[in-house]
Design a protein around this ligand. Structure first.
Ligand code: F0G
Length: 361
């Protein structure tokens, strides 16, 4: 077996809308680790094995790269000279990286002052034209749709179906590593493209006979930005998990289908639960994910407390497999890490002072 990984388009070409004529723009995204979590497995309240699909290990630090390789490759094939997106940060980071690699211009609209610093730095360093708009993500996306009507630019938000196609490969990889689909697939939900894509991936693998059973999908939104849980738009969404601060998800229907067809659920988790899960992942498992990503972990811990998995186990009587998608890297938002922990004071370079300060006696 060749160990050379060639990115998601080459790995899953027959499942993707590409032909021999499509120029492949790739940063060798995908093939991210599926890390077992002993800490979480022990907290499920029933015999279970929890895995973390660490999508922060993609080239720009989030799952967006899976969709962006397809969206940008197709944009180049269509001779597009510029791409456009609205973003809470990660889409803009990914779009600008793939666009510069392809030699096309990228334009990104972000909610002013509301995206994590790491993500902004990525869009800027990759040369995107960044407009920091005094509005939330939903309003930025509405502007993007209007701009695309007026100018010949390709939108690379997940309303572009090529994004969904690329992102479904996350489900493929999980099935390949486990040899089947997990019992439960837990994921954060914002604009709802990813849950839609993941469900599509599992369904395609079932149709192809690669798996025999579909997983139950568990989607989690932040409580202050939970339109799918409430069943109504949220006009002024708020949460510390800025990546999923969205009140009017574009793939609303896709998320509802994924939830209902999989007999799953979409629930809300509070900012406090998100931060607890974020710190637990970092301090027990050694996995640094951004706050929005920790929503999937906060969600399964909340379900575990309510006896949800115990009830499932009582019916099935076999060990449960749960996969949590960690959508983005913790380094995207270092300010949040610093805020959620006590920062060390500076000390004089003295052996006794330093030893005492770090707890050595
Ligand atoms: N997690 C992270 C880290 C994200 O950046 C996003 C979305 C999501 C989860 C939710 O995924 O929107 O497909 O439901 N970020 C988008 C952006 C909106 O602009 O970067 P979704």
């Amino acid at each position: 077996m060749s160990l050379r990984w060639r990115g998601v388009i080459e790995a899953y070409r027959s499942y993707l809308p590409v032909s021999a004529k499509t120029p492949v723009v790739t940063l060798l995204e995908g093939n991210t680790p599926l890390i077992p979590s002993r800490t979480l497995s022990e907290r499920i309240g029933a015999p279970a094995e929890v895995f973390l699909k660490y999508e922060g290990m993609n080239p720009t630090g989030s799952f967006k790269d899976r969709g962006m390789t397809v969206a940008i490759s197709k944009a180049v094939e269509a001779k597009s000279v510029a791409v456009l997106c609205a973003s809470t940060g990660n889409t803009s980071a990914s779009a600008s990286a793939y666009a510069c690699r392809a030699g096309v211009r990228s334009i990104v609209l972000i909610p002013s002052g509301a995206i994590a610093l790491g993500k902004l730095s990525q869009a800027l360093i990759h040369g995107a034209r960044v407009a920091a708009v005094e509005a939330n993500f939903d309003a930025c996306l509405a502007l993007v749709k209007s701009l695309a009507q007026l100018y010949p630019i390709t939108v690379v938000n997940s309303i572009n179906p090529h994004r969904i196609e690329g992102q479904k490969t996350c489900a493929f990889e999980i099935c390949e590593v486990l040899g089947r689909a997990p019992d439960f697939h837990a994921t954060p939900v914002g604009n709802a493209g990813n849950i839609t894509a993941q469900w599509k991936g599992y369904q395609e693998y079932l149709k192809e006979g690669k798996i025999r059973k579909l997983p139950i999908l568990l989607g989690f939104q932040a409580k202050g930005a939970a339109p799918l849980v409430r069943g109504a738009l949220v006009k002024n969404p708020h949460t510390i998990a800025t990546a999923i601060r969205i009140g009017n998800p574009a793939s609303w229907q896709g998320a509802i289908h994924a939830r209902d067809e999989s007999h799953g659920l979409i629930h809300a988790v509070t900012d406090r639960e998100i931060i607890e899960a974020y710190r637990l992942l970092a301090s027990k498992d050694g996995v640094f994910a951004e706050p929005a990503s920790a929503a999937s972990v906060a969600g399964i811990l909340k379900l575990a407390k309510s006896g949800y998995f115990k009830a499932y186990y009582a019916k099935k009587r076999r060990r449960i497999t749960i996969v949590c998608i960690l959508t983005g890297h913790g380094l995207k938002d270092p300010e949040r890490a610093i805020k959620s922990i006590r920062v060390p004071k500076s000390l004089p370079a003295s052996l006794s002072v330093v030893a005492k300060a770090v707890g050595l006696r």
